[in-house]
Design a binder for this molecule. Sequence first.
Ligand SMILES: Cc1cc2nc3c(=O)[nH]c(=O)nc-3n(C[C@H](O)[C@H](O)[C@H](O)COP(=O)(O)OP(=O)(O)OC[C@H]3O[C@@H](n4cnc5c(N)ncnc54)[C@H](O)[C@@H]3O)c2cc1C
Ligand SMILES: Cc1cc2nc3c(=O)[nH]c(=O)nc-3n(C[C@H](O)[C@H](O)[C@H](O)COP(=O)(O)O)c2cc1C
Ligand code: SF4
Length: 643
Amino acid sequence: MTRYDLLFHPGKIGSLQLKNRLVMPAMDTTLADAEGRVTDRLIKYYQARASGGAALIIPQAAKVSPDSTLPYTMNICGDDCVADWRKLIESVHEAGAAVCIQLMHSGLIALYSGYVPEGASIPVPSMMSWLPSDKPYRVLSEEDIDSYVEDFVRAAVRAKEAGADAVELHACHGCLVSSFLSPVTNRRTDQYGGSAENRARFARRIIEAMRGLLGREYPLWVRINASDGIDGGTTIEEAVEQGVILESVGADAISVSGGLEYWTTLTQAPYLHPMGLMVPMAERIKKAVKVPVIAVGKIDAELASQVVEEKKADFVAMGRPLLADPELPNKVREGRVEEVRRCIYCNNCLRSDPNAGPGSCSVNPYLYREGRYPPPMAKKAKKVMVIGGGLGGMQTAVYLAERGHRAHLYEKRSKLGGQWNLACATPGKETYAVFSDYLQRLLNKYSVPVTLGAEVTRGMVLELRPDVVVVATGAVPIGLRVQGIDGKNVVQGHDVIEGKAKPHGKVVVVGGRFIGMEVAIWLAEEGQDVSLVTKAGLGENGIRLEKGTFKSLADRLVGLRVPLYLHATVLQIKDDAVVFSMGGEIYSLPADTVILAVGMRSEASLAKELEGSAAEIHMVGDCVRPRDAAEVAYQAMRVAAQI
Ligand SMILES: Cc1cc2nc3c(=O)[nH]c(=O)nc-3n(C[C@H](O)[C@H](O)[C@H](O)COP(=O)(O)OP(=O)(O)OC[C@H]3O[C@@H](n4cnc5c(N)ncnc54)[C@H](O)[C@@H]3O)c2cc1C
Ligand SMILES: Cc1cc2nc3c(=O)[nH]c(=O)nc-3n(C[C@H](O)[C@H](O)[C@H](O)COP(=O)(O)O)c2cc1C
Ligand code: SF4
């Protein structure tokens, strides 16, 4: 018996028999087509998770009404989509998992995407003064509510017809049903507002009606918020009450989540939040209901086995961990836990932009491209010099070795990892090291030769005569073109993180993106006197930051009362002050230490120097353009696939 055995005991939700306790929860992708129809790519994505060993796949939410405005959600609001769903369900069944369709009306989640089509409006329980005024809203009448109940029930019937093993009512994260459950968004004074019981009436009516039409035996359940993650939102006491009500009218399970996607950070809590952050709330609900409870939220295999063993929940949903490694369940069951490619909760997968493609994962470059990758073995093994041992170089070397090439990795420093080592050294991001450790294990597994302390030059390349060179020399931090930039009181954020520079006295951080915010938070938490000055707004001026991560950082800065000088252009750095202009005025902010976090510059000089030195030369990672780990991973894989 291993510590994971209980995770792989069969379990039941209503009449649905599941082979183990691991569930893939609903997670939207941009893989459905613009009409919300199933695509082959989407099928391959779910098949990979089903054959990876999860017992139950809940595909991305399916909209029940045409006026659900979240883009790229799947469609279950017309009979013509049943055949499509059947195709998806059959392929997941063939791959070994059951399927539950999550039924949704996006409601206020539309605010997360920011997109509301021309002529559409967002249905809400009541009008709230804080709702962004640039969007159109529609307060629902009781007749409207009746009509939405109908939509949900018709969609559930279609799901059953398509062969789904179960349906889940999406009633969390701020979607339409959830906005009725929550006091933050529901201020109605009729039978649908007021007490927790009244606020649950809409959800209750949907469950009752679905139960009536689908029959006593058909598995159906509800996903609710145990907390909205905000003052004045749903409390755990109310969630318990609402869970009990929904159980009493026929829900076969309560899936326990939290957060308002458009507002708070609980739903997809990033690295800054503790593991298993919503488990205690699932446990509270489990104590109050008789039906099974599904827990979610930063739960890895170790925690999952503990949750099931200690009966805090009956099933565990793993979202991002299954994006990072669809084979996680099989690996754990077979005792290959070391081989799991662990999610680091960086949330780069959430940055996906429908207009820019499906996005990617920092640790799994095959995500959303399951049918096309991994690439096949190379026809001819080539001798490849990979220069630079950061994430770009390490991954390229691994993927080349997997394809049968003879890759050799060179790094000028005494340690692999490059900038990632700095990321891991930032307080709160220590767990990022699981990824570089994982890559190191793969380099060992494939016996990739690694030469440390070797600064590669053109001469070396000419002497070693590789077939192919991959340049992955990364990026270095930049400064500012202002008077005083070379002063003794000016240091780089990188040097502070590395421990090479010790800030003292009054500290001014210049730069308000990731590194600037993180360094400022870290120093403020240590009790230092820190201010932050940035040229644009917080998090602006560069690639878009993921909303949840950005919000978590911004909340901390505000909570720590770090003075923020936004839209402020630094003009000069003096021995004892930073001079900047803001709103047409000039300010002088006292500073004993000035920390720069103003961006990166690609280190591409070697690539230029190497031109003509080998038949094939590629560039990977930040040396092409400073970027994030997801882009580095994807590019490393693409380059390795081309060679
Ligand atoms: C503090 C910090 C926090 C970050 N946080 C995040 C985050 O939360 N999420 C995220 O997605 N990204 C984050 N990033 C960005 C991410 O770390 C980088 O995008 C990624 O690591 C770049 O990898 P790379 O291999 O392209 O470059 P690098 O990591 O810069 O590696 C290049 C390597 O090449 C070596 N080298 C250079 N010249 C030579 C030569 N001539 N011979 C041999 N070796 C050479 C260098 O020593 C270095 O090790 C962060 C970066 C920093 C600095
Ligand atoms: C890309 C992405 C899309 C998501 N979309 C949905 C959704 O449509 N419906 C839903 O109930 N939850 C959605 N979620 C939340 C997940 O189901 C899950 O609760 C969350 O990721 C926390 O679990 P994890 O820490 O295991 O990732 C989404 C999460 C991610 C990462
Ligand atoms: S991108 Fe980051 S958060 Fe998303 S699945 Fe991959 S490792 Fe996890």
